[in-house]
Design a protein around this ligand. Structure first.
Ligand SMILES: Nc1ncnc2c1ncn2[C@@H]1O[C@H](COP(=O)(O)OP(=O)(O)OP(=O)(O)O)[C@@H](O)[C@H]1O
Ligand SMILES: C[C@@](O)(CCO)CC(=O)[O-]
Length: 495
């Protein structure tokens, strides 16, 4: 592990911080980059080759509004982005620095690899090599094994449960780095912070996968934009490129992901998603005019694994194929009906009758998920409390078995009841998030400079120290946030 420079966290080469002094960029010059990011400040290396300046990427979490689990079995799901997001700061080191470091403080992970020690030959072999534009729908077992050789010593001193969380994140990063990068990659620091609770069914792994995939693709200059006058087809192609590799990242963490989480984390908004044939891309449709619904997300704080919950349903399907098939079929019908409801001309999110129809489907969907065995007593407790308060319609979201519940709020619901409910949820040890559905997907802040009412000329540079020192979720939102309430100049999105 590198000793990090106290001021900016940048490992020192020859006793000097690489390109950053007191968090200020040195040797800034303006150049037109080949990746379509437009006129950007770039950092000149001693040899004159421009190094990419520190930049950030961000991607949202998601909720599955209808159809989780059924989607793994080829049915339709409806999912939407939420205003909780992950943020990845990429700090390129000087030419002589031959290491890559992960700093993922949300999970307490810090790890450094020597670039030249990594199994490049295995990933480069003509039978194995995959390109940034390829559709990779499964992991290569040999390459996983070769990567795991380098994740085994990640946090090896920690208890099994925590080590697994670290090694999963490290495996995802390293598999993507080795697939997309090359041995000539410069040394780099990847610092990640997220406002999405981890392992709670809100797509945190997909969101970080999208950030990593977008960052690596930007570093190898395989992405155009985002820029405001980008044609929609080109923009969609960039999102698709990021999404394909984020799916590979999801494969590293989950046994058998459908791809819905990474699709929403890349494209944002609200989508219908179906993947009947895993050798082909999923069928994704954006839902036009999806209402910006206020949503209460309640985290049970009950840890669970998506892979284990998905496996539970697969086991039930084996032992009870007919019944499970019918339940999955019924979930599919619920999702289809919900799509019809929100897409119909008469739908009005402020009308209690419209929302009542949608809410009824929320309730049915929860019941069907419970019958698949993926609810949890804490999820049922949240339903009990929200139902008793009569503030909306509640279901589990994501994998279940713990994780989060979502409540679609009834129009004009009594605020005094909400206040009492909030107190009850807090007293029961649950964590509440008030969010909104349907925001932007993956975004880029290049270079990592924001206006932020700063006295600094040109804006406030977001260096690693500032980013790491931001306090909690609120601090991260305040410093760099692009959640729905924090639209910020500087951040750009493929739209
Ligand atoms: N903020 C984060 N920092 C580092 N690693 C993370 C972060 N968020 C997620 N991960 C990685 O993703 C794993 C969580 O994946 P998991 O699928 O269990 O949760 P989730 O993605 O939040 O839930 P779901 O897939 O049901 O929406 C963690 O074990 C960790 O390896
Ligand atoms: C349970 C599941 O349907 C949703 C997890 O957020 C799994 C998946 O789609 O990969």
């Amino acid at each position: 592990m590198h000793r990090l420079d106290a001021r900016n966290g940048i490992p020192k080469a020859d006793g000097k911080p690489n390109g950053l002094t007191n968090g200020r960029l040195q040797n800034l010059k303006t150049s037109e980059t080949s990746n379509g990011l437009g006129r950007q400040a770039s950092l000149a290396s001693p040899t004159g080759t421009p190094l990419i300046p520190p930049f950030m990427v961000s991607s949202p979490g998601k909720v599955i509004v209808f159809g989780e689990h059924a989607v793994v079995h080829g049915k339709m799901a409806m999912a939407a982005s939420i205003s909780l997001r992950s943020y990845l700061l990429v700090t390129t080191l000087g030419k002589t620095e031959r290491t890559i470091s992960l700093l993922f403080p949300d999970i307490g992970l810090e790890h450094t690899w020597n670039i030249d020690d990594l199994p490049w030959q295995k990933f480069k072999h003509p039978d194995k090599k995959r390109y940034y534009y390829d559709l990779v729908s499964s992991l290569d077992e040999d390459l996983v094994k070769a990567t795991q050789q380098h994740t085994l010593d990640v946090s090896s001193n920690l208890p099994e449960e925590q080590r697994k969380v670290h090694q999963n994140a490290a495996l995802m990063f390293l598999y993507l780095f080795l697939s997309l990068g090359s041995q000539s990659n410069p040394g780099c620091l990847y610092t990640l912070r997220s406002t999405i609770p981890v392992g709670a069914g809100l797509g945190s792994s997909a969101s970080i996968g999208v950030c990593i995939s977008a960052a690596l693709l930007l570093q190898i200059r395989a992405l155009a934009g985002p820029h405001p006058d980008q044609p929609i087809d080109e923009s969609n192609l960039q999102i698709e490129r990021i999404n394909r590799w984020a799916f590979v990242g999801e494969l590293c963490i989950h046994g058998n992901p459908s791809g819905v989480d990474n699709t929403v984390a890349s494209g944002g908004r609200a989508v219908t998603f179906k993947r009947a044939d895993y050798t082909k891309p999923p069928i994704v449709k954006f839902i036009r005019n999806f209402p910006e619904l206020p949503l209460l997300v309640v985290d049970t704080r009950q840890p669970r694994s998506t892979a284990a919950e998905v496996a539970k349903v697969a086991t039930l399907k084996k032992t009870q194929p007919v019944i499970t098939g019918l339940i999955l079929e019924a979930i599919d019908k619920v999702t289809e009906s919900a799509i019809d409801v929100v897409s119909s001309d008469g739908f009005d999110a402020t009308d209690p009758v419209s929302m009542g129809t949608l809410g009824q489907l929320v309730n049915v969907n929860h019941g069907l998920l419970a019958s698949l065995g993926v609810s949890h007593p804490k999820l049922e407790k949240i339903r009990e409390l929200t139902d008793a308060a009569n503030i909306g319609y509640t279901k589990l979201t994501g994998a279940g078995g713990g994780g989060c519940a979502i409540t679609l709020i009834k129009p004009g619901c009594d605020q005094s009841r909400v206040k009492i409910l909030d107190e009850q949820l807090d007293a029961a040890g649950f964590k509440r998030y008030e969010t909104q559905l349907g925001g932007d997907g993956v975004g880029v802040l290049f270079p990592a400079i924001l206006k932020n009412d700063s006295e600094e000329e040109g804006g406030e540079e977001i260096d690693q120290e500032k980013f790491l020192n931001a306090e909690g979720r609120e601090g991260v939102e305040k410093l760099v946030g692009v959640g729905l309430h924090q639209k910020r100049e500087g951040w750009k999105f493929w739209r």
